[in-house]
Write a protein that binds this ligand. Structure first.
Ligand SMILES: Nc1ncnc2c1ncn2[C@@H]1O[C@H](COP(=O)(O)OP(=O)(O)OP(=O)(O)O)[C@@H](O)[C@H]1O
Ligand SMILES: C[C@@](O)(CCOP(=O)(O)OP(=O)(O)O)CC(=O)O
Length: 423
């Protein structure tokens, strides 16, 4: 194997947002959670990670570039994923190019990895979830690994817990498992992305800044100090998970919204019950954020009550960005009218760069340009006409989406096929 060939694979993987939250580990190294969690996978057409992995006898060491910058792979989480996937590598042959890699060769061969998130990294938009899922999925394809997605999810889990849920599309459950070695702590698909196609998701990005307390250290502190977390894990989540699975199965939006909002609120209550308290929804560098969050929550609750049945569910992860899930396009169009009425762009921002992702909803809402946004009248269910221009950085409109895919178009690869270095 003295030759200079480079063999590569490129994959694309979605992010996910939990509607029953994972918060707390029972094993820090293996990343084993204290409760089951359930998420919806977001359409990778709007939010995704692309990762190219390459192997060559010419590579001197394992190297990785994230968003164009070289980063260290020495961290335990990367090392655990690489070790677990290498263990499962099998023979690979490319007859056309005369390349053959025996199973035993994988231990000696080095890898180059380049990854790109098309959304802000480490800002509470689940970049670690899409990132580790994509890394494991792409390596599994390169190394001809025979394990299925659930088994791969147990490897991605060791990179970041929430990553295990990004191995599937649609609605996904991470089963906490019982075994000490973590072999039964893996993700399964509940339903695929076509099961509940009516849902429409709008993310209000308030802050793209890196958060002050990472999920990893935040949940560690909660496990150590919050008695509410113990109660949540033992008493609340087991029942709520069953109810949520049922709501998803029967597309029962009223139950879905009730459970998702309650679970997000309880997760943030656990953060407040932590010593010292963690204020994820109140980014201290952004004074208006708390006002905005309280406003969104009480507004959605008020609107849902005025309609008689829930139109929108809200959920917040470890950051101030609101994820709003509308029951259908009609509700989503009404929601975007309301959001743009109260949170219009600053005067120097155009609508095209203020609303990203699936822009078709603008047409449904009768909003072709900024003039239409300015002409919006105050929503009937809320007396206040106070506006907050500039509080939201931008909106991302998306839907439940599919799981990881392999990209066959070489032009989309992030590494040069000759050198194996970033393009
Ligand atoms: N594409 C990627 N490939 C590999 N690792 C990634 C990738 N993107 C992010 N990561 C890793 O995940 C870390 C960010 O994870 P972190 O949990 O802090 O933020 P987040 O995932 O964006 O937010 P949250 O998990 O709270 O939604 C990065 O520092 C990096 O180590
Ligand atoms: C609030 C959450 O988004 C927490 C995600 O935590 P991470 O998966 O980022 O944590 P680590 O396992 O330590 O990497 C809820 C969720 O996604 O379920």
């Amino acid at each position: 194997m003295g030759e200079k060939w480079v063999l590569m694979k490129t994959a694309q993987t979605p992010t996910n947002i939990a509607v029953i939250k994972y918060w707390g580990k029972r094993d820090e190294t293996l990343i084993l959670p204290v409760n089951d969690s359930i998420s919806v996978t977001l359409d990778p057409a709007h939010l995704c990670t692309t990762t190219t992995v390459a192997v060559s006898p010419a590579f001197q060491q394992d190297r990785m570039w994230l968003n164009g910058k070289e980063m260290s792979l020495s961290g335990g989480r990367y090392q655990n994923c690489l070790r677990e996937i290498r263990k499962r590598a099998r023979e690979v042959e490319d007859k056309e190019r005369g390349i053959k890699i025996e199973k035993k060769d994988w231990e000696k061969l080095h890898l180059h990895i380049a990854s790109y998130n098309n959304f802000p990294t480490a800002a509470g938009l689940a970049s670690s979830a899409a990132g580790f899922a994509c890394l494991v999925f792409a390596l599994a394809k390169l190394m001809n690994v025979s394990e299925d997605e659930s088994q791969l999810s147990a490897i991605a889990r060791q990179g970041s817990g929430s990553a295990c849920r990004s191995l599937f599309g649609g609605f996904v459950k991470w089963i906490m498992g019982k075994e000490d070695d973590g072999s039964d702590s893996l993700a399964v698909q509940l339903v695929d992305e076509k099961h509940w196609e009516d849902l429409f998701i709008i993310i209000a990005v308030v802050s793209s800044r890196q958060k002050e307390t990472s999920s990893t250290s935040g949940m560690r502190e909660s496990v150590e100090t919050s008695s509410l977390l113990q109660h949540r894990a033992k008493e609340v989540v087991p029942k709520r998970t069953i109810q949520m699975e049922e709501a998803i199965q029967y597309r029962d939006f009223a139950s879905f919204a009730k459970l998702a909002c309650a679970d997000s609120n309880q997760f943030h209550a656990v953060c407040l019950d932590t010593l010292p308290p963690i204020f994820y929804m109140n980014d201290t560098s952004h004074r208006q954020v708390l006002v905005y969050i309280c406003w969104i929550i009480s507004y959605v609750e008020k609107w849902n009550r005025s309609e008689g049945t829930p139109q929108v569910a809200y959920t917040f992860d470890a950051g101030p960005n609101a994820v709003l899930i509308a029951r259908d396009r009609k509700a989503a169009a009404q929601l975007i009218q309301r959001l743009l009425f109260y949170f219009p762009p600053k005067s120097d921002t155009d609508l095209d760069s203020y609303l990203l992702g699936d822009k078709t909803i603008l047409k449904d809402a009768g909003l072709e340009g900024l003039e239409d946004v300015k002409a919006l009248s105050p929503p009937p269910e809320n007396g206040s006409a106070q506006k907050y221009p500039g509080d939201v950085s931008y909106f991302i409109c998306t839907r439940p989406g599919k799981g990881p895919i392999l990209l066959s178009n070489d032009k989309l690869a992030l590494l040069d096929p000759e050198t194996g270095l970033p393009k």
